[in-house]
Write a protein that binds this ligand. Structure first.
Ligand code: DOR
Length: 430
């Protein structure tokens, strides 16, 4: 099997590549990168002139909902949504039913992925048994089974002493702990950002401090233990400032931001649109500006979708009763390209850093190099493609997006995993 990508702008900052080049792929690997390459006999040739060829993009934070919530998403559908969205790999969060809190369940996810997955899937194990925050899960067994990180995502481990132990174990196993930094008591029954708008809408609010208190605690415990901490879905300028200061002190911390926290404010909750309910909640214009700046400048290591599929039934209820979360795999890359790359704020190399290398470094994965001999995991983006977000076209089982109807310029045009073309111009080939 041979594939020739012809005439694209190939951007790989690790290899020092940025130019109009052909990429020849054979036997699942990059065979050659150069000018005017000739296809071998029987090779498939794809013209990617005008498009950008990037190291395969990695989403470090998705919810595939298997086992237990196959009505909202499965490994099969979630990895197809990833392929449509331009991601060659995803890391699956363990807040399934049951939670991925032991070796057999890590194996279940990885087996499912091997059998039915389209893109690569990495498993994240729970920090505590049943994610109940009371007893540590079998982290060592899960690490040996292939878990790349640990997280109780969806909630924080409120017991600081237990969380300290979790960091120590994770460090021993060479894995990061990914935190959902929200103090449960400060969140209370809050369902949106706390401020003037929540008062006007009559909805209970979640103060920025709910996140910041927890980020501060976790940074101190990371410093104490020397463990690697990764802060998921940072939503406030204050949390970002704490992380920036900790990085400067040498704390081993990384963090991620979602497209919705970058590009949507609490105003999206107007009209009580349950698709805008997410945890942590959408914040203010000033928070968005700080997060965009943090991503461009590099305090934020990665973009993560927090792809959180929910059924119609879970969203067709009053705002406060709606399940928090939104799907993101099929809109994330386009949003970053449209809002940050096309506006000149983030370079293509910067996009490769934040959506491929950054996530890989956070999770300790191999870097997707566009270099001879490397596994051919590549994403091609068409920066000129104009399109409208239509949830009915999603490969995901769920449709809960607040971006429906958005006009965007720039779109993933091809997803290649181990040399196999999985998606071309929005159409799945698997
Ligand atoms: O809004 C959210 N939804 N935030 C999370 O951390 C979990 C996610 C989910 O699993 O639905």
């Amino acid at each position: 099997m041979e594939l020739l990508l012809r005439g694209g702008r190939v951007v790989d900052p690790e290899q020092g590549l940025d130019g109009r080049l052909d990429v020849r792929i054979a036997d699942g690997r990059v065979a050659e990168v150069g000018e005017d390459l000739l296809p071998g006999p029987g090779a498939e040739v794809r013209d990617v002139a005008g498009m950008v060829v990037l190291p395969g993009l990695i989403d470090p934070h998705v919810h595939l909902r298997e086992p237990g919530r196959e009505d909202a998403e499965t490994v099969r559908t979630g990895t197809r949504a990833a392929a449509r969205g331009g991601f060659t790999a995803v890391a699956a969060m363990p807040n399934t039913r049951p939670a991925i809190d032991r070796e057999s369940l890590v194996r279940f996810v990885l087996d499912r992925a091997a059998r039915e997955g389209a893109v690569r899937v990495y498993a994240i194990g729970a920090v505590t048994k049943e994610r109940a925050g009371e007893e540590l899960a079998e982290m060592g067994d899960m690490a040996r089974a292939g878990a790349v990180a640990f997280s109780d995502d969806g909630s924080a481990v409120m017991n600081a002493a237990l969380f300290r132990r979790a960091l120590e174990y994770a460090r021993g196993h060479g894995r990061p702990v990914i935190v959902h930094a929200e103090d449960r008591n400060l969140v209370g029954d809050g369902v949106m950002n706390e401020g003037a708008l929540s008062t006007r809408l009559g909805l209970p609010g979640v103060p920025a401090a709910a996140e910041e208190v927890m980020v501060a605690r976790d940074l101190l415990l990371a410093e104490l233990t020397g463990a690697r901490l990764h802060v998921a879905h940072v939503s406030t300028a204050g949390a970002l400032r704490l992380i920036r200061e900790a990085k400067a002190r040498g704390v081993r911390v990384t963090c991620e931001v979602t497209p919705h926290h970058l590009f949507l404010t609490e105003e999206a909750v107007w009209g009580y649109d349950t698709n805008a309910r997410v945890s942590p909640p959408l914040r203010t214009e000033a928070d968005c500006a700080a997060l965009q700046e943090g991503l461009v400048e590099g305090t934020i290591d990665a973009v993560a979708t927090d792809h959180a599929p929910h059924t119609r039934e879970e969203k067709l209820v009053e705002f406060g009763l709606a399940a928090p979360g939104m799907v993101g795999l099929e809109t994330a890359v386009a949003l970053v390209v449209d809002r940050l790359v096309r506006t000149g704020r983030l370079s293509w190399a910067g996009l490769a850093e934040r959506l491929s290398y950054g996530p890989a470094r956070v999770l300790g994965l191999p870097l997707n190099a566009i270099a001879p001999g490397a596994p051919a995991d590549l994403t091609v983006v068409d920066p000129g493609a104009e399109w409208t977000v239509d949830p009915d076209e999603f490969a995901s089982k769920s449709r809960n997006t607040p971006f429906a109807g958005w006009r965007l310029k720039g779109r993933p045009a091809a997803t290649i995993v181990a040399g196999r073309l999985l998606m071309w111009q929005g159409e799945l080939l698997v």
